[in-house]
Design a protein around this ligand. Structure first.
Ligand SMILES: Nc1ncnc2c1ncn2[C@@H]1O[C@H](COP(=O)(O)OP(=O)(O)OP(=O)(O)O)[C@@H](O)[C@H]1O
Length: 278
């Protein structure tokens, strides 16, 4: 199997999270959602966050997206503050619900961020055609979201997130609502899209096989307070980098071993804390 080079496109970190805490103060008590989080995502790297419900995965993603601010610590995106990166449109976002506007066609949904940022209509149409091809929906520019399957709607959402050619995608369970077959197909599509665009991804999921299949590294988190329990590398000769993944990888021994390793960390094996394992 020929291997692509390691998915690194520049020396700048895509994300650098240092000493981050997030405490929510409610009327009843303080909820320590995140405690002492240190995490770096390299340019072009695919990193998944996995952990039990309530361990702070979405909170961490929201901090990177500047939808929330840390109680302590810093979040940098391509060496900038999260706020500056948001203003510079350095990342695209895709969530579990595709979040498409039902009264707009597929093309109009994809073009929306470009329109909001004043891109001329010719250029918008050109970029939209490119994106429709990238996500395999070139026959559906005039369809409305309700006329599409869940997987197709999610592909429109991904195309929209990619509209401004971001170097980083933030994805919160984007395939969580899809059936297993569609989900695997979407995972394959995402591998291809990342290979073609070189975008880094921070990806939240509840599925261990999904995290292992897609990622260069899987970050395992524990709940209350949300901490990084371990970081498991998914790679090696049989799996290659995140850009090399094909359906065959789902059947190789290293894939099963990595799934088992993530599962052990998730369910609290006696492994020592910290450090990166492979
Ligand atoms: N705005 C808020 N106010 C108070 N507590 C909050 C707020 N947002 C999140 N929390 C709490 O922070 C913790 C982490 O929540 P978060 O949604 O990040 O977890 P998660 O790992 O994404 O969960 P899930 O897998 O169920 O989506 C939870 O205990 C949640 O109740």
């Amino acid at each position: 199997m020929s291997r692509s080079p390691a998915p690194r496109t520049s020396t700048a970190h895509a994300i650098e999270i240092t000493g981050v805490d997030r405490v929510f103060t409610t009327r009843r008590n303080d909820v320590v959602a995140l405690s002492g989080i240190d995490l770096t995502v390299e340019a072009g790297e695919f990193v998944s966050l996995i952990g039990p419900s309530g361990c702070g995965k979405s909170t961490l993603l929201r901090l990177v997206a500047d939808l929330d601010t840390p109680t302590a610590g810093t979040v940098e995106v391509f060496g900038k503050t999260a706020r500056q990166a948001r203003l510079d449109q350095d990342y695209g976002i895709a969530f579990q619900q595709a979040g498409l506007l039902p009264w707009r066609t597929v093309a109009a949904n994809i073009e929306l961020p470009l329109k909001l940022h004043g891109v001329a209509s010719d250029e918008r149409r050109r970029r939209c055609a490119e994106l429709l091809e990238l996500v395999g929906l070139e026959d559906f520019p005039k369809a409305y979201p309700e006329q599409l399957s869940g997987g197709m709607q999610q592909r429109v959402a991904i195309a929209r997130a990619l509209a401004e050619s971001p170097r980083l995608l933030l994805m919160d369970e984007p395939f969580g609502a899809l059936d297993e077959i569609t989900r695997e197909r979407m995972q394959n599509e995402l591998v291809r899209i990342c290979r073609e665009t070189g975008a880094a991804v921070l990806f939240v999921t509840h599925s261990i096989p999904e995290a292992v299949f897609l990622s260069d590294r899987v970050v395992v988190m524990s709940p209350r307070p949300g901490r990084v329990v371990d970081v498991v590398r998914a790679g090696g000769d049989q799996m290659g980098t995140s850009h090399d993944r094909t359906d065959d990888v789902r059947d190789v021994p290293d894939f099963f071993h990595t799934v088992a390793r993530v599962r052990e960390h998730l369910h609290g094996s006696p492994q020592p804390r910290g450090g990166e394992t492979r």
